[in-house]
Design a protein around this ligand. Sequence first.
Ligand SMILES: Cc1cc2nc3c(=O)[nH]c(=O)nc-3n(C[C@H](O)[C@H](O)[C@H](O)COP(=O)(O)O)c2cc1C
Length: 184
Amino acid sequence: MKVSLGSKNCLYPMPITIIGAQVNGKPNFNTIAHVGIMDFSTISISLAKVHYTNKGIKENKTFSVNIPKEGLVKETDFAGMVSGETTDKSKVFEAFYGSLKTAPMILECPINMECKLIQTIEFPKHEVFLGEIVETFCGDEFLVDGKMDISKVQPILFVMDGTSYWNLGSKISNAWKVGKELVK
Ligand SMILES: Cc1cc2nc3c(=O)[nH]c(=O)nc-3n(C[C@H](O)[C@H](O)[C@H](O)COP(=O)(O)O)c2cc1C
């Protein structure tokens, strides 16, 4: 029997990300689960309007999306619990910059996407920022034959029910391939 859960968003787990933005001349880092893929080179991030990070994104029209590894779970949680408004988070991670100059990226994170703001969508309590990925960086230790190996990255997954962090399981099959077994 199916049980109705009302209106409940069940798109979790989501890879947890850390957004980097330059606010008042300093890097600020903000942990965000509500990220989306608009197309291969466009990302959406949904940030409550009250966040300090939003100021920097609006001012510079740039931000970064960083994928932390399992070993950074404490720092990741911390960046999502305190606001740059009251706590300086600029030294929680080591920042580096790319060609946009104002999108601080996190050296310790395996993957960094440097983004240019292309559109902002207003919701009553949130702002959804759409960013074009202008450059992606990956530590060479996470690459195999020049391609990113997700088992080496060990991203952190976030689940809303029980508000918990999970790690990645193992590969089960190849996409656009396993289904061919059902083709008649
Ligand atoms: C696991 C986790 C996920 C979060 N996801 C989001 C999110 O998707 N959108 C959002 O607006 N805030 C989210 N937050 C809350 C912000 O990270 C938090 O309020 C942070 O302190 C804001 O920092 P800032 O004021 O320096 O920008 C999340 C926090 C945690 C711990």
